[in-house]
Design a protein around this ligand. Structure first.
Ligand SMILES: Nc1ncnc2c1ncn2[C@@H]1O[C@H](COP(=O)(O)OP(=O)(O)OP(=O)(O)O)[C@@H](O)[C@H]1O
Ligand SMILES: CC(=O)C(=O)O
Ligand SMILES: [K+]
Ligand SMILES: [Mg+2]
Length: 565
């Protein structure tokens, strides 16, 4: 079968000159014909096209309800024009400070794209309520907030402090870390540890770091299941805080390194996540690509139509060692700087972050920069200048998303913290666009099939054309989201309107840089798709006549340049 592919470059009024170009692509072997000449859009005058809405009921062309876009994005688009929409996505960890319906709504209004629930904390009933509320919010208020479930992982952590929200450890105090199960209240200055082998593995003289060094202890004595420690760096102990121990300046990774990445409790949580249809599952303390592949096949077997994305959390030495294959196997990655900073020297975290962000973009996987971005805002209403600089750096690296942890889960100013992320992102993005100072990044080919390689070439070219022609927006019609991700990977100057038929694909696109996901039912006929989209978007004042747009699509591998009629 010999099939030719053509790039249809058409410029609509003004000026009405067609620019035919022919890309000479070798004939693919496994493709069905996609080549089709497109009739001119201008030729079709006010077509009587009927479109299907969500339930398959025909709706008139001008019915704006047959396109779904996030209500906040819509307001943003109208207010600022679409060249200045935010490109960096925002993830908020939901906790006691933000689990109510109104609180979640405030976060959605503030720009939350993804709600994260951390299975280290709270009961399954609590998580289910949060998921239900986010769903209701999406349904009733027109948001497309995705849900990310983060597994606990087999880390060593403290117990839940007998219900206290925090306890203070003072300099020189003696505390007991114990693997004993206390049935009623904890004795004073006693901390429960979840790892059976703890007392055996530590040695007198070891340094014990709580939450990667927020509080430090020195081991002074071992008595059976109890380990007595002296506080050397005072601070607040939080429930279920992570514990690491260090000997002669390096992290001790003895038997606990043999703990499985996905614990038996994690598997139950994963079953829960699959049953609830979460959009992302983030796996803590990933050590190798196998665990990701294993989980992905488990998800595929468990849920026939499930399209849950698996995010690899990079937070251990092993994950850095096997970085490329882990990212390759996963659907995305998280720079989990909290635990990473407890496993490698702190001064190595920034370069690790840069490397992970770059590699993810090269491999076309979304990447989240997480932990302590605005840590001081847990307690104070304004961030430190250093925190703003840190957020700016992540935006400048053009990570897909930034994440709030304690700031939104249990801090005093969740909405303010989100506002800081939003305004810093907007400002830095604009600054770098204006200055045109991005270092060009070599984007290696990621497609395995020939058709994927074609999509990749189309997206690379479309993004380049969009920058050179200074177009207002890129449009992508994508069923699986793949082509939208390829455009996002190019980090073009203009925003990307991503039209997809499936609500879950739309939610997942919400994690990717620069994508404005819309749900829209569309056909293989690009002319009618474009006509409909223009009519629907114009009816909602989201675009206007004369705007310059480049459109690409999954079904018909084409590039079209046009002015909105
Ligand atoms: N569902 C929850 N219920 C109670 N507290 C929570 C909940 N989620 C988060 N928190 C609080 O917010 C803090 C920061 O949240 P975060 O998700 O970053 O957890 P973490 O314990 O630091 O672990 P991880 O390394 O998995 O991120 C937690 O330490 C905890 O005190
Ligand atoms: C987010 C997370 O797990 C960390 O920073 O450790
Ligand atoms: K976790
Ligand atoms: Mg962690």
């Amino acid at each position: 079968m010999s099939v030719s592919h053509s790039l249809n470059l058409r410029l609509f009024a003004p000026p009405p000159t067609a620019i035919p170009t022919h890309a000479s692509l070798p004939p693919p072997t496994l493709l069905f014909p996609r080549h089709r000449r497109l009739p001119s859009l201008r030729a079709s005058s006010s077509p009587e096209i009927l479109v299907s809405d969500n339930n398959g009921v025909p709706a008139p062309l001008s019915d704006p309800s047959s396109i779904e876009v996030d209500s906040v994005t819509e307001a943003e688009l109208k207010e600022n024009g679409f060249r200045s929409t935010r490109r960096t996505k925002l993830v908020c960890t939901v906790g006691p400070a933000t689990c109510g319906f109104e609180q979640l709504e405030a976060l959605a209004v503030g720009g939350m794209n993804v709600a994260r629930i951390n299975m280290c904390h709270g009961t399954r009933e609590w998580h289910k309520e949060v998921i239900d509320r986010v769903r209701r919010l999406n349904h009733e208020k027109g948001f497309a907030v995705a849900i990310m479930m983060d597994t606990e992982g087999s880390e060593i952590h403290m117990g839940d402090l007998g219900g206290a929200s925090s306890v203070k450890a003072d300099d020189g105090e003696i505390w007991t870390f114990s693997v004993r199960a206390f049935d009623s209240t904890l004795p004073q200055h006693t901390i429960n540890v979840n790892y059976e082998g703890f007392a055996e593995d530590v040695q007198v003289g070891d340094e014990l770091l709580v939450d990667g060094g927020m509080v430090r202890f020195e081991v002074i004595q071992k008595i059976g299941p109890d380990v007595e420690c002296r506080c050397t760096d005072p601070g607040l102990l939080l429930p279920r805080a992570n514990l690491t121990f260090w000997r002669n300046g390096s992290l001790v990774r003895e038997r606990n390194a043999m703990l499985p990445t996905i614990s038996s409790k994690d598997w139950l949580d994963i079953d829960f996540g699959i049953a609830e249809g979460v959009d992302f599952i983030a796996i803590s303390f990933v050590k190798s690509a196998e665990v990701i592949t294993h989980l992905k096949s488990y998800i595929a077997a468990r849920s026939r139509d499930s399209d849950i994305s698996v995010i690899a959390k990079i937070e251990s030495i092993d994950s850095l060692k096997n970085l490329e294959e882990i990212i390759q196997a996963a659907d995305g990655a998280m720079v989990a700087r909290g635990d990473l900073g407890a496993q490698i020297p702190l001064e190595q975290v920034p370069s690790a972050q840069q490397r992970i962000v770059q590699l993810c973009r090269q491999l076309n996987k979304p990447v989240i920069v997480a932990s302590q971005l605005l840590e001081s805002m847990i307690e104070y209403p304004t961030p430190t200048r250093a925190e703003v600089a840190d957020v700016s750096e992540a935006v400048r690296q053009r990570a897909d998303a930034l994440m709030l942890s304690g700031e939104s889960a249990m801090g005093q100013y969740p909405e303010k913290a989100l506002t800081v992320l939003r305004s810093v992102s907007l400002r830095i993005e604009k600054w770098w666009r204006d200055e045109k100072r991005y270092e060009a990044m070599l984007l290696p080919s990621v497609g395995s099939y020939f058709s994927e390689k074609i999509s990749e070439e189309i997206c690379n070219s479309a993004a380049k054309m969009a920058n050179n022609l200074e177009v207002d927006a890129l449009f992508v019609y994508t069923k699986t989201g793949y082509m939208a991700s390829l455009l996002s990977r190019c980090r073009p100057d203009c925003p990307i309107f991503a039209f997809t038929t499936t609500p879950s694909v739309r939610r997942r696109l919400n994690l990717q840089w620069g994508l404005i996901p819309f749900r829209l039912s569309f056909s293989d006929d690009m002319e009618s798709n474009l006509n409909r989209t223009f009519a629907l978007l114009k009816a909602r004042n989201l675009i206007k006549s004369g705007d310059l747009v480049i459109a690409v699509s999954d079904m018909l591998q084409s590039i079209q340049v046009m002015n909105v009629p």
